[in-house]
Design a protein around this ligand. Structure first.
Ligand SMILES: Cc1cc2nc3c(=O)[nH]c(=O)nc-3n(C[C@H](O)[C@H](O)[C@H](O)COP(=O)(O)O)c2cc1C
Length: 358
């Protein structure tokens, strides 16, 4: 068994995947994850191989146990089809979506690119997803699932900006009793006008509405391309309006980061690391201890995850570097974190969160 499964090692799979067009590779990987979810022996094997569960890393938020602090970033599992497979890749929690009220195709292909020299990805997917009804059926089948699930919500492309609140209302109502937290996504660069909703009026209105509909914790996910002081202001407004936390950051539209960039879509992975960290740090400085902060953007090692934790992150997420390094990265980050915490004399992750500001 061990021998057969070693053929399925990520190094071997990557050689094949990287020869394929990125979206085709993603579809095939997805089929593999769905197939694995029907095979308990495989799930057990990979979970034992990649999932790190350690007292020092375990935390409780909003009544849920996060066995380790490394989650999957939104956009990989847009329809909630791989939830049961995520612990087998080592993730302590997952975020599904972005889901829109109605199904939509997303932008024209090609819309997903590897910037291999830069260990980065550029995507202009545009919320391709099967819609809220489909995702709700997936969640109903799983409920009650012993694994934290975030649901990332966004508006349909054809919905006018002036009508955007109605889309979010539909989504709050749909998911009010499912999953463990909801994320308002107004930071994707691939839905025209979406980032314009990152303003005080809209944020106040959407949190007021969300809080009236659901008792679920609601997070705001923000873009890395704002001035730090504007981003901090918006995060403070969100927290005052009832946000349970902030997720920073989404992909960047700073195409000057590399000569290999297209002039559309959002860049993630190694090119985003510093930009995402800098903005996260500014937010951490002001909001650490006042809300739950989740850091995402170019995290590729235990050291980088630890840097985010010390700047105020209770949890981190990974997406792009999973593509480059495979699930052993998630294990490496979790095991590395235990080592780094011990080295600094901490007995639990909570002692290191926000250490830069203590
Ligand atoms: C192909 C792709 C699709 C994504 N789709 C979404 C999405 O639907 N919703 C969202 O909030 N973020 C989405 N993201 C952004 C990620 O969740 C994450 O914020 C960003 O990629 C930075 O993290 P990373 O450098 O670890 O990838 C997507 C990223 C990629 C690469």
């Amino acid at each position: 068994m061990e021998k057969i499964l070693s053929i399925l090692s990520y190094e071997n799979l990557k050689k094949i995947f990287f020869k394929l067009e990125p979206e085709t590779a993603h579809t095939i990987a997805g089929l593999g994850l769905r197939a694995a979810s029907h095979c308990p022996t495989l799930l057990r094997y990979f979970k034992a191989k990649f999932f790190v569960s350690h007292d020092m890393l375990e935390q409780n938020f909003f009544g849920r146990t996060f066995r380790n602090p490394v989650g999957l970033g939104a956009g990989f599992d847009k329809n909630g089809q791989y939830i049961t497979s995520m612990p087998t890749l080592g993730f302590g929690f997952t975020e599904i979506g972005t889901v829109t009220p109605r199904p939509q195709e997303g932008n024209e292909k090609p819309r997903l690119f590897r910037l291999v020299e830069d260990h980065s990805i550029q995507n202009a997917m545009g919320f391709n997803n099967k819609g809220s009804h489909y995702m709700l059926q997936r969640l109903k089948k799983l409920y009650f699932f012993d694994y934290p699930i975030g649901i990332n919500i966004g508006k349909n492309k054809i919905t006018a900006e002036s009508e955007a609140l109605n889309d979010y209302e539909t989504l709050f109502r749909a998911f009010k009793d499912y999953g463990d937290y909801i994320v308002i996504n107004i930071s994707s660069p691939n839905t025209p006008g979406l980032r314009d909703l990152q303003n005080e009026n809209f944020i106040n209105a959407i949190f007021k509405m969300g809080k009236e509909i659901t008792t679920q914790p609601i997070f705001l996910k923000i873009a890395p391309d704002m001035e730090a002081k504007d981003a901090v202001t918006l995060c403070k407004v969100s927290v005052k309006a009832g946000a349970a936390g902030i997720i920073a950051t989404n992909t960047t539209i700073d195409y000057s980061l590399t000569p290999h960039a297209k002039d559309f879509g959002g860049i993630s992975g190694a090119l985003l690391t510093e930009k995402s960290y800098t903005l996260f740090r500014a937010i951490g400085k002001e909001l650490y201890g006042k809300t739950i902060l989740i850091s995402v953007g170019g995290i590729d090692s235990a050291e980088e995850a630890y840097r985010r934790i010390k700047a105020g992150a209770s949890l981190v997420q990974v997406y792009s570097m999973l593509i480059y390094k495979g699930p052993s990265l998630i294990k490496e980050i979790n095991e590395g974190l235990v080592g780094l915490l011990k080295k600094d004399g901490y007995s639990h992750i909570s002692e290191a969160i926000g250490a830069d500001w203590k």
